[in-house]
Design a protein around this ligand. Sequence first.
Ligand code: FMN
Length: 386
Amino acid sequence: MKKQLLVLLIAIFIGFGTNAQTKSSETNVLVLIYSQNGGTYKMAKAIAEGIQDYPNTKATIKRVPSINTKEKLNADVEKLPIATIEELANYDGIAFGSPVHFANISADMNYFFSQSIPLWTSRTLEGKPATVFMSAGSGAGKEAAILSFWNILASHGMVIVPTGIMGTATLDKTIPQGNTPFGATSLAGSTGTRPSQSELNLAKEQGKALARVASGLRNTENIKSVKTTSAETKIDINKTLKDNNIVLPEAPKPVGNYVPFTISDHKVYINQVALKDGKILNPGKVGATVTEDQAKEATYQTMLNVIAVLKEACGGDLNKVKQCVQLTGYFNTTPEYTQHAGLMNSASNLTALVFGEKGKHARATIGAASLPINSAVEIQAIFEIE
Ligand SMILES: Cc1cc2nc3c(=O)[nH]c(=O)nc-3n(C[C@H](O)[C@H](O)[C@H](O)COP(=O)(O)O)c2cc1C
């Protein structure tokens, strides 16, 4: 019993911790890389050094997960913490690093960004400064690779920080160097120790330039206010649902002496489980009979049910939603299970996708010994409506 209570407390802590939006007095810059053999990581360390040279600025190096989980990574890279796509929102600036793969960015970094649709549609990264550095072999296609990375950052509305002619005054021109006006690169397959001292100097300059922009922009709230006041950005939820092929189910009917929702002081209170077509989707216990993928699918279905009920509460017009205030996810898990936050992201991402800025919510996740009708998940939701 004591053990279960401890697991429950840890799960609540993890649930809150993952979503915490900390605003410290320091400028926080993320250096996010994919690196297989360590070349990009060496450049990342120089970028981080440059960032930290800027006053009152902290750099954190993380990596994106490998698509191929059996892939052998450089031992130092392997030890780096893995970033989630959602956490990009928490930094004041981001330096992205990738190897050049066929004059493009690595598939792993590309895959990471393919999960950024909720951030994209909610315009979360808009106005956030970003820069790109790379590690190449001979350097063939290195500029095209940086520019292809810029396409993603531009789509997110990020402020791209280029390198111009930074560092070229001190460039050792006796050997080939990876300098470009777009970002630092290293010619890992070229002569001499790589990254060369000139390549590292340029990376440091680039890090400092990003920190300067991040520090200058971090307290500007104008982007947020433009987003919420501009008439052209008024989002029609029905269009968002259609554009994303999201079909809401029929709102599940109550099976006892209660109602599917209550409204008090413009707040709607809803509880749902993973019902689909009258049956529980993927019932059972996560960590025993239900896989994480099945639990995520059940969580997504549960959130669809919540939104379907919410639509009823809004008299059929989801555009009346002002804010998703809080989501609480209960998961039917084994006592040892700790990855509740990862499961709950299926609900949080759907909410962000459907409601954009208004979908940003506080969140808790909790492990339970059992749930009604053996559902793997139950979600309690609070929305504010007009
Ligand atoms: C699939 C693949 C494609 C590559 N394509 C290029 C390329 O187009 N141009 C280039 O200069 N190097 C290319 N390389 C070499 C890598 O960019 C180089 O080894 C880099 O330093 C690897 O970075 P890492 O040590 O961080 O993994 C390629 C390597 C791989 C595995």
